[in-house]
Design a protein around this ligand. Structure first.
Ligand code: PBG
Ligand code: ZN
Length: 332
């Protein structure tokens, strides 16, 4: 027998799809998804990335069709990574006016002027040693302060090519300050900085190293990326980047770092927080769904909803295209 005086019945608002939709507080929208692209020098290249099924390295000729298909799906923001033909100790290919990313930016702006182009700003894809900056004299570590002017040079070159947002990912100290100053001095006061402020030294970047061909030739990145067991430094990193002029903050990886996303958003509600669902998160979900062990749509949507629910405003994800096509089906 039901007790008519019992007021609490949680199930009242779960009875039907319509009523559940009515009370949902977390939504995934294509406008909040950023799709990463790996651009290669050369012609006729659409090279599958083994550890990221469904993702490719593209040469510029293939980029055109990719951009058109993104527009069709309603995805209007991409994050570019470049894979140059020539690497050297100082990553000079990163700063050339006809560098691979610079050419990609110009091409995208030609085919789809409304596409928002974000460029990753770092040296690991361009240096022969695979580290995120130039090395110290003994060749064993990244030289923080010597890397800063090179990052500024790379930023100015991307700005000249017409980039909409730069995303410095190297975790050098004072990187945002140096970039903001360099951009402002050269007339790019309006170019926003989306900083990888809170970036952990994660094993989940593994597949990306295949995708972007930026594996360190010795050592690892733990002298500049954050210790996974030191959550407290997240707020300090966020605070410093905001003081230095970051306009948006990236937290990376996403799925295992929801506590960090939550804290950053709660502490800085006025700054857009971008969560990066990284290559290893993609690979793990993809592997399980390809085996038939997890339902793809269910597992992917749950991973993204959890990231948004924790406080992320935007999500960088390799699932962006797949999700956009599902959302299109639902609203069709
Ligand atoms: C380059 C960079 C990395 C990622 C984004 N920018 C690799 C790294 O820092 O080692 C990882 C992205 C991913 O795993 O999807 N600094
Ligand atoms: Zn790097």
């Amino acid at each position: 027998m039901t007790n008519p005086s019992t007021p609490h019945r949680m199930r009242r608002l779960r009875q039907s799809p319509a009523i559940r939709r009515l009370v949902q507080d977390t939504h995934i929208h294509v406008a909040q998804l950023i799709y990463p692209l790996f651009i290669r020098e050369g012609q006729g290249i659409k090279k599958a990335i083994q550890s990221m099924p469904g993702q490719y390295q593209l040469s510029l000729d293939h980029l055109t069709e990719e951009i058109l298909s993104l527009c069709e799906l309603g995805i209007t923001q991409v994050l570019l990574f470049g894979i140059p033909d020539n690497k050297d100790a100082i990553g000079s290919a990163a700063c050339q006016p006809n560098g691979v990313v610079q050419k990609a930016i110009k091409l995208i702006k030609q085919i789809a002027p409304e596409m928002l182009v974000i460029a990753d700003l770092c040296f690991c894809e361009y240096t022969s040693h695979g580290h995120c900056g130039v090395l110290t004299e003994n060749g064993r570590d990244v030289d923080n302060d010597a890397t800063l002017p090179l990052l500024v040079e790379q930023a100015l070159s991307l700005a000249a090519a017409g980039v909409d947002i730069i995303a410095p990912s190297g975790m050098m100290d004072h990187m945002v300050h140096a970039l903001r100053q360099g951009l402002d001095l050269c007339g790019y006061q309006h170019l926003p900085i989306m900083s990888y402020a809170v970036k952990f030294a994660s094993h989940y970047y593994g597949p990306f190293r295949e995708a972007a061909e930026g594996t360190p030739q010795f050592g690892d990145r733990r002298s500049y990326q954050m210790d996974i067991a030191c959550g407290a430094s997240a707020l300090r990193e966020a605070e410093l980047d905001i003081q230095e002029g970051a306009d948006l903050l990236i937290v990376k990886p996403a799925g295992h770092y929801l506590d960090i996303i939550y804290k950053v958003k709660q502490t800085y509600p006025f700054i857009p927080v971008v969560a990066y669902q990284v290559s290893g998160e993609y690979a793990a979900i993809k592997a399980a769904t390809l085996q038939g062990w997890l339902d793809e749509q269910g597992a992917v949507m749950e991973s993204l909803i959890a990231i948004k629910r924790s406080g992320a405003d935007l999500i960088i994800t390799y699932f962006a295209k797949t999700v956009a096509s599902w959302l299109k089906e639902i609203t069709a």
